[in-house]
Design a protein around this ligand. Structure first.
Ligand code: PLP
Length: 470
């Protein structure tokens, strides 16, 4: 190390000196001594590292004094009071955006979370019998009524549901899966890897594009624990393809005494065809084949909280419930409260489509989206943004969340050009404000997709644009 650097390290403020300044500024009203001290140490250590590793020539004058280190520490401690998990405006047009929290909850679900969460509840208490009950019981009757299942069990998410079913039915045994269904969902969820963790052995059959019933028949033996079907949620194989239908797999399973499972992924509870969307197999349809177990997510097409829902035959569900892993994957009371309220909307499917924001976004006629876009433009024009230019255009939105991957959903975009700023700079700035607005970028324009933007979001958009147009 050169002399200059050594000199600078020596002139770095002492921790005690910084603490003294902070104490005078009443820092201990904001955080206890240990946290303040540790933060000081970190800030000074960072300065040290910077001096040691600096590539450019540095000068002694640039070395911060105790006061500026103190203000750095204060900033860092105040940062702890800023919520990290925040609401954002999703202007991407991806309806079930996994990075943006998938399905927004309906008002009834939120109200139930507050009600149940702010007091004691009968979470695991059977009020009729006055004895211990099961937490799943609060939603299983609804789920069974809505899907035709004999029984239901809820866990943390669908990945957990798949792990639990595989481990219960195929531990140290083989689980037969088509090579065309060995998918990766994203976020490191790969079917072969989840199988390994469940201690079941993957028995691949068929080829990527074609798997026949005969392939499964040949693979069944006395080590088979499960025949598994996986919905290829986030991609489609087109062209020369073939897959065994569930009915024939169920018949095969019955004749050989092997349970059959379907990982449906999305968990659609209503017929989407009536809204001009591609057919997505509903949970009821999947169960009507006589299959033993079906798993699906709570926060994809269902439009509720994160959860993994396992439905199917009573005897198989009994086994799954007894698996000790179930305890480790269990759902919490807030999720149950939200799920119950979400499911209740499905008793009136038309109401479900209106009350659940993700379903509404998916099925809303493009004319209504256009109206909202025009309303936004009118509002924006009233603001007299000198440097901004607005335009309307047609495009396509997407379901996201690994649902309906090839479905093009017509939508309307509001484009914004800024004479003074590039689109990528605008995108970045909108991402860093109090209520971030997440947009699409296309060349020199940022785009708001009105399919995922509600009228409630308009003020946040206007506020954001005010901040980037000055
Ligand atoms: C999304 C998905 C999963 C994972 O579900 P999470 O609820 O995200 O854990 C598993 N299998 C399929 C087929 C999926 O589409």
């Amino acid at each position: 190390m050169d002399d200059l650097r050594k000199e600078m390290l020596k002139t770095l403020p002492k921790i005690d000196e910084v603490l003294l300044i902070l104490e005078k500024q009443n820092i201990y009203d904001l955080a206890p001594r240990d946290i303040v001290k540790e933060t000081c140490r970190k800030v000074v250590q960072d300065l040290r590292d910077k001096i040691v590793n600096a590539k450019k020539k540095i000068s002694v004058e640039s070395c911060p004094d105790a006061a500026s280190v103190a203000s750095e520490v204060e900033k860092s401690i105040k940062g702890l009071y800023r919520y990290s998990l925040r609401r954002v405006v999703n202007a991407t047009g991806v309806i079930l955006h996994t990075n943006l929290g998938r399905a927004p909850l309906c008002p009834e679900a939120l109200q139930r979370i507050v009600e149940v969460g702010s007091s004691y509840s009968n979470l695991e208490f059977d009020l009729a019998k006055g004895e211990r009950g099961q937490r799943y019981d609060h939603v299983s009757s609804l789920i069974c009524a809505l899907t035709g299942a004999e029984d239901a069990l809820i866990v943390n998410n669908n990945a957990a549901a798949v792990l639990l079913v595989l481990n219960t039915l195929a531990e140290k045994k083989e689980a037969i899966v088509s090579r065309g269904e060995l998918i990766e969902i994203g976020g490191e969820f790969r079917i072969p890897e989840i199988m390994k963790k469940s201690a079941s052995k993957l028995r691949e059959v068929g080829t990527t594009n074609r798997t026949r019933l005969g392939d499964y028949e040949k693979a069944v033996n006395d080590k088979t624990g499960l025949i598994m079907k996986v919905h290829t949620s986030n991609f489609r194989i087109v062209g020369f393809t073939e897959e065994a239908d569930i009915e024939s797999l169920v018949a095969l399973g019955k004749s050989r005494g092997v349970p059959v499972m379907d990982d449906l992924g999305s968990g659609c509870l209503i017929d989407l065809d009536q809204y001009g969307l591609q057919h997505e197999p509903t949970v009821r349809e999947a169960l009507a084949t006589g299959i033993d177990v079906v798993t699906f997510s709570g926060d994809k097409l269902l439009g509720g909280p994160q959860a993994g829902i396992i439905v199917g035959k009573k005897d198989v569900l009994e086994k799954i419930k007894k698996n000790p892993l179930n305890r480790a994957l269990r759902i919490d009371k807030f999720t149950l409260a939200a799920l119950e309220a979400t499911l209740m909307h499905y008793l009136n499917p038309v109401s479900a489509v209106n009350k659940l924001r993700s379903l509404k976004a998916l099925t809303e006629p493009v004319a209504a989206v256009k109206k909202r876009a025009e309303k936004l433009i009118t509002k924006l024009q009233k603001e007299n943004f000198d440097s901004l230019k607005f335009s309307l255009r047609e495009d396509f939105a997407a379901a996201g969340g690994g649902s309906l991957p090839t479905q093009q959903i017509p939508t309307i975009l509001v484009g914004v050009k800024n004479k003074k700023m590039t689109a990528s700079k605008m995108e970045e700035k909108l991402r860093k404000i109090d209520v971030p607005v997440i947009v699409r970028v296309d060349k020199d324009e940022i785009l708001f997709d009105l399919r995922t933007v509600a009228e409630d979001d308009f003020d946040f958009i206007i506020e954001g644009l005010k901040q980037i147009s000055i």
